[in-house]
Ligand binder design. Sequence first.
Ligand code: KG4
Ligand code: ZN
Length: 333
Amino acid sequence: MFVFGMESSCDETSAAVVEMGESVRRICSNIIASQTETHRLYGGVVPEIASRAHIEAVSGITRRALDEAGVSPGDIGAVAVTARPGLIGALLVGVCFAKALAYANGIPLVPVDHIKAHAAAAYLSHPHLVTPYLCIVVSGGHTSIYKVISYTDFEEIGCTRDDAAGEAFDKIGRVIGLPYPGGAAMDALANEGNPDAVELPSPALAGDTLDFSFSGLKTATLNYINRERQRGVEPPRADIAASFTHAIVSAIVQRADSALRMIGMKTLVLCGGVAANSHLRRALTVLCERLGVAFVVPPTELCGDNAAMVAAAGYYVYQSGVRADTSLNASAI
Ligand code: KG4
Ligand code: ZN
């Protein structure tokens, strides 16, 4: 069946059509209107501006997604929309638009969790992927490990106790003068630096936990940069990027290793915006080869926020029998 997806949880407005079924998982269209350039002026996402930009973009990208897929609303079996978590004003734009689209055309409406949608990107890039699997979601807002029991049943077994990895990348990127969002630029810059050049504390937490904590690492990096600047020295940006990336990647690899041994899953899925990080992808590939675990990561263009992943996740919500009506609300958490 064709599923229409709508995503507006942060600063990307996206509409997509996917075809999903027992033996088909296919992207028919996936239109993304990014607001990055607008928010770059402010060094981060401004929620009010994001909501307004979603309103301006939403009808146009919906039309383009339907046209590019060659379908009309009458061909759509379900409308899937990100209902949580995210910026509340931004989410409401997508939710209200999806409600209207579904109601006006008599199409079933299904609410989607943005985190589960990130995992669903992997179904589109790896059509043979089946549950159960272990999933690491690393984005601007989340860093969590899930035991994915079924397509709709996720058990969180670890999460960050403070900052998300993407948020930490963006913060350090900004301080060393990289444009917002700094994640991708930090990735590239890290290739030119020495990961052992700056001594940083390990973000590992004591004990048997699968949780993460990146705020201590972030503060230590900021302190190092400030100390050097106070001495009149501009610290080497590439070495900072390489050392910081190394610390984050090591923490994620260490938790992935523990989780895989503890839970005993045979497949690891990496997803979310930070899954585009080349160093993280390489390190987890090595880990999974060593453990004899299949490693699945979507191509970088499906790691960031997009509506195809929302539509793919929505298909399984639909299959589970869940339906929303015009009382559907958005939730920031
Ligand atoms: O999943 P996403 O698009 O939005 C959220 O749900 O948060 O993730 C965005 C985050 C940003 O923090 C961005 O800097 C980061 O993903 N990111 C990266 C890379 N590409 C995007 N972080 C590290 N390395 C990358 N290559
Ligand atoms: Zn996201």
